[in-house]
Design a protein around this ligand. Sequence first.
Ligand code: SF4
Ligand code: SF4
Length: 82
Amino acid sequence: MSLMITDDCIGCGACIDECPHEAIYEGEPYSIDPDKCSECYGNYPEPACLPVCPVDCILLDPDNIETSDELMLKSQYYLREN
Ligand code: SF4
Ligand code: SF4
């Protein structure tokens, strides 16, 4: 499952440097590319962007549900391409 950013985002930028997949983009609100976000699977035990958000506006995206195998494949694909 990818994560998503809600309209509560205040644009502080704290999340963007935490992402190991460069999946977070500046904007109003900031956004997460579901094709790149792997929930940090294979990189960290928990999504790295979640704890740094001061307004808790980063959530699991119910429209982008994936298995752990799919998340791991996404993570490995990113590492191969970068
Ligand atoms: Fe990036 Fe991980 Fe947050 Fe997904 S969960 S946007 S991969 S930091
Ligand atoms: Fe928006 Fe939260 Fe990221 Fe700050 S940390 S830019 S409030 S999503």
